[in-house]
Structure formats: structure tokens, C-alpha cells
Design a protein around this ligand. Sequence first.
Ligand SMILES: Cc1ncc(COP(=O)(O)O)c(C=O)c1O
Length: 427
Amino acid sequence: MTRLAEMTAAELQQCHARIRADYDAFQAKGFKLDMTRGKPSAEQLDLSNDLLRLPGNLDWHQADGGDTRNYFGSIQGLPEARALFAGIMGAPPEQILIGNNSSLALMHDCVVFALLKGVPDGAGPWSKESPAFLCPVPGYDRHFAICETYGIEMIPVPLTGHGPDMDEVERLAANPAVKGMWCVPKYSNPTAEIYAPEVVERLAAMKTGAPDFRLFWDNAYASHHLTDARPGLVNILDACAAAGQPNRALVFASTSKMTFAGGGLAMCASSPENIRWLCERLSKRTIGPDKLNQLRHVRFLKDQAGIDRLMAAHRRLLVPKFAAVDAALSRRLEGTGVAVWTKPQGGYFISVDVMDGCAKRIVALAAEAGLALVPAGATFPYGRDPNDRNLRIAPSFPSLGDVATAADGIAICILLAATEALLDRGR
Ligand SMILES: Cc1ncc(COP(=O)(O)O)c(C=O)c1O
């Protein structure tokens, strides 16, 4: 198709009428689909159904003989579970804590503990200091919701395709009020970018105004590849230690998109001092995590090779869905100049940038046609996308047929909103 912005008014009118007819036809299908969240599909969850038969044979003993049914052992979790995830976390088992099913809960708790009690290297509770966080954008809405809920000011920093704009990060982090930064360093939500080695090194080594500055390093998609490529990521804990900032990073991950999103394990890795801090705080909140589920996961996943096999099976289910979205967007939008979208090598999302000022309208058009998309603006702090431009597509949950239909519908909505906006501007 010709670039819409280069069409004459008459061509644009014709194009708009054609797209409106496509939209009406799409709406008339009565298609209904919720694509708001990046959930695994039922087929993906089925890959881990053996977990439901474990620990099995009434054998609930962990490796050192401890009874996982009882109050017992370290708040840090089963040693064999910590060893299992050492590769993903990039830390030795002693520096890993295994929690319950949600890494978001661990991130939330770390933020709240810091606000109420402070962190190592600090001078007391963050809440006494009007704290602010740097937020690479577009980013993960639930990170932003934690800050918003607890009154932490959010400062957006643009992503570049290889991580955040580091000149900007270094400039902003010099402010002592800036206490933290959200980072999804690999297959980022939603842009799927991977932080380049020099970005990670600069984050580890930069001068911060706050001595107790923390990187919330949410490596949620560490193993979630969609291709054969295995892009590296500099180990942030090693980089921070080498830069003389051993307590700077708190690394998070979970099995939510490996085993069961509602019944997996979450982990945190950090310096020995930070892990002691976290255990101390968590021990006021709970006597211990769900050790039975940790034992199940150890017996089910077994080792890194077991994790890799499971992730390869996820990849086989996910790749056709990502390809279907790309194909539908390409078919309708290539050459139009009204949208660009990512071709992720991993993770759970496709990020689409549409014509400025059109994202809200597209989400509304999609809703009227039965398609629930994540609200426009959700990928920005306070729900405010300054350009009203970014959309996040989550292809994992629907069936392949539905995802293809939905992507076609989204492409129609993108075109319709663009022709409306261009016609409007011509007036
Ligand atoms: C970047 C990121 N972090 C964390 C989560 C949630 O993880 P969990 O289920 O471990 O709380 C998600 C879920 O979409 C995510 O995209």
C-alpha cells in the first residue's frame, strides 16, 4: 500500500471508506477476545501437568531429609531449588532466595521494606525522602503500579532498542532522591529489547546521588527464547560487585511462564548482605515459603537441561502465534507508514508504535469490535503515553486461529484510526 500520509485527499477518502467497510465486516463477525495480558495458553500449562503428580509416592523429603510439609528450614527456600535456578539467576545458591508463586510480590515487598525500613547502605526508610524511580519506557505496567500505589515518583527514561538511554539515566541518577530503577533487561516487556553489555556495565558503575540506589532487575524472560539465538546478558551482580557496588542490584525471576503462572516459584538473587536483609524482613511476614511446591519443581525440572527442554516446548507453541501476528500486521500495514512493530527474539509481547495521537482511538475501536487490548498508555508511568503511540500485543493465550483473526482486526483498527486522523488534519 502507498504511504497514507502521501495520499491525495481523494485517495485518502477512498482508502478510509475501504477500511471502514473492512472494520464493519470485522465487527459483524461478533468476535470476542481478551488480549490484555501475557498469559500462557492452556497448552503451555499442560506441558507442566506432571507437577500435579509430584512430589509423588508420598515422598515429601527434601535432599537433606527435611520434611517439606512442616515448618522447617531456611526462609531462603530449599537448597536444591536454589541450585536449580543458579544459572538463570546468575548467582550461587547462597545468594538466592526462592519465594512463592510471584516475583512481582517479591519486588513489591522489597519496595515496601525499603520504604518502611530502608536498605543496606542507606540512612533509613526511603519514605522519609520523597523517593523517585527511573522507569524505562515503554515498560511493564505492574512495576509502575507499585510506585504509584506507594507514592514513589516515576521518571520516564526512553529505551533505545538496546536498553535505556544511559546518558539520561546517569544524569537523572545523580539526584539523591532517585532511589531505584525498574529494568527488564532481556526480551523486555513490551519491546523485547536486550540491554547491551555497555548499558549493563554503565548501570553497574554509574555514580548515583543516593548511596542506597537499587536496580530492580526483573529478568522475567531470561529463558524465554523464540529463536535459536541465545543472546547474552552481562551478569549484573558480577558487574556491580566489580564496580564496587555489590548491593546495587536485586535480581528477580519466576517460573510463571515456565511451569504454572498461578502455581510456580519466584526467586530473588543479590549480594549476601541484601539477601540477609531480605530474609530478615521476610521472616517477620512468614515462617517460610511453600516448600512442597519447591520440591515439586526440583523433581519436575531436575536441572538446567530440563528447564531448557521445557522452554523449547513453549517456544514450539508460541512461535506460530508470534508469526501469525507479524503476518497479519505485515499484510495490512507494510508500506503504509502508520505503524512499526517489533519482531521479538524472545519474551511475551509485540510492541507496536502507531501514528502519534492514535493509540487510544485504536484501543477503543478494537473494544467496539470485541477485542480487549491493554489500555493505551498502560506501558507508561501514570498510564500517560505522551505521544499516545504505543500498543502492546500479547499473542500467547488465544488459539492460533483467534490470534490471527485478532491481529487482522488490530491492523484494521490501526488503519482506520490513521485515516481518520489524517483526514482530520487535512480539514
Ligand atoms: C516483566 C514482568 N515481570 C514480572 C511479571 C509477573 O511475574 P510473576 O508471575 O512472577 O509475578 C510479568 C508478567 O507479565 C512481567 O512481564
